[in-house]
Design a protein. Structure first.
Length: 401
């Protein structure tokens, strides 16, 4: 039997660390389904998600489902069988979303990528200009691909669509970026954005969110893909029972309410700055390890390096899963593994949500110890480098006081 003491450091990129306050919010009995309390709670969550997506004009929906549910909601409410969709390949999640589209009867086309760069707005513009008959009905992109640690420029994609004067719906997966990296749905004319509870929203897995623009809502009337549970129109019913197409996931809503309260208390701008600052510290540590040539950050362009998650490639002479296993089994530190093309070749450090300086320094220290134990050559001093980075940037929470 192995005995573990102290807290496990959950540095996986979702589910993420759930604050005690959020956990405690669920420690209560269920309440009556049609009570004013539950209806008020549900309404407040739906309304307060809007500022997180930075939308005033859009409608928000909450599903008792993981992120895949929100993906299906986005597609099935706005598209019809045989519709063509254009998808960016910046990691595994764009591919998987498109794969879902295919099984629903849509026809995906990819703008391929090397998984080390974000989307190429020029390639998007060129492809859309060539689509003279406007065959593409939707453009899908993932803001932060959790597999590759790449954050793509949503505003630049919007600009490319506008340059080509293309009318397709613009859909953004913000599962790993919502409340960590800015997403300005109204300003950037995103038609459908999706999110999930278990990442920067600091909540248990099990809820996902969709925000739909007025243009997307109009499409919902014309779209003919079959849908029932996901149907936006049914969920706009006056009867609160229909907002969830059935019994509300009460305890997950209790948790979400407190998580949103915490986000409101800290302020979105401070949250973005905290994520930037902590991610910079993680990257400083990774770059120290990289000096010995056996490890490197997957995302090559600094402005595309995600503030939610870092994917670290490991030279093929060494085992990325072994590093992760040592950290998990012996060092109380949970990391993410490599996914898709990076399977067995990378590990990932999640740094989103309820996370602070000692958690980052602890994680870097643990991983460095894990590298030492695995005999993977690495530059030494990731924690020192991270401290130097943190010391040079003010903590946003302190700055706000
Ligand atoms: C960017 C992104 N999109 C979608 C998903 C799918 O979400 P879920 O696993 O909750 O279905 C994930 C999951 O990690 C993700 O990181």
């Amino acid at each position: 039997m192995s005995i573990k003491r102290g807290r496990n450091f959950l540095l996986s990129p979702g589910p993420t660390n759930i604050p005690d306050r959020v956990l405690r919010a669920m420690q209560r009995p269920a309440i009556e389904l049609h009570s004013d309390e539950l209806i008020g709670l549900a309404r407040s969550c739906l309304d307060d998600l809007k500022p997180l997506f930075r939308t005033q004009d859009g409608e928000t929906f909450i599903y008792a489902a993981n992120g895949h549910g929100a993906w299906e909601s986005a597609l099935s409410n706005s598209l019809s069988p045989g519709d063509r969709i254009l998808v960016f390949e910046t990691g595994i999640f764009g591919e998987a979303w498109a794969g879902m589209g295919k099984s629903l009867g849509l026809v995906p086309e990819f703008i391929s990528g090397d998984w080390r760069h974000g989307i190429d707005p020029q390639a998007l513009e060129d492809r859309l200009r060539a689509d003279k008959n406007h065959a593409f009905k939707a453009i899908l992109m993932v803001q932060t691909d959790t597999a590759t640690g790449i954050t793509s420029d949503v505003a630049a994609a919007r600009q490319a669509i506008d340059n080509a004067a293309h009318p397709a719906l613009f859909m953004v997966d913000a599962v790993a970026s919502l409340a960590a990296t800015d997403l300005r749905m109204d300003d950037w004319q995103v038609d459908v954005a999706v999110g999930a509870s278990q990442k920067a929203l600091m909540s248990p897995p099990g809820l996902s969110f969709v925000a739909a623009s007025p243009k997307a809502m109009e499409h919902a009337d014309k779209a003919t893909l079959p849908r029932h549970y996901w149907d936006w129109r049914r969920r706009l019913d006056e009867e609160a029972y229909m907002w969830f197409c059935g019994t509300a996931p009460e305890h997950l809503l209790f948790a979400l309410r407190v998580a949103i309260d915490m986000i409101q208390e800290e302020g979105l701008e401070n949250i973005f700055r905290r994520h930037q600052r902590l991610a910079d510290a993680v990257r400083a540590g990774i770059n120290v390890w990289a000096e010995a040539g056996a490890l490197e950050l997957n995302a090559l362009v600094p402005s595309e390096q995600s503030n939610s998650v870092s994917a670290i490639r490991v030279d093929e002479r060494y085992s990325a899963p072994a590093i992760r296993e040592i950290c998990e089994n012996q060092l109380n530190t949970s990391l993410g593994g490599g996914l898709g093309r990076l399977s067995g070749k990378a590990f990932r450090i999640g740094h989103m949500g309820d996370i602070n300086e000692p958690m980052i320094l602890g994680a870097l220290g643990s991983v460095e110890l894990g590298l030492e134990m695995c005999g993977v050559p690495h530059g030494k001093g990731s924690v020192t480098a991270a401290i130097a980075t943190l010391a040079n940037s003010a903590s946003p929470a302190l700055a706000a006081d």
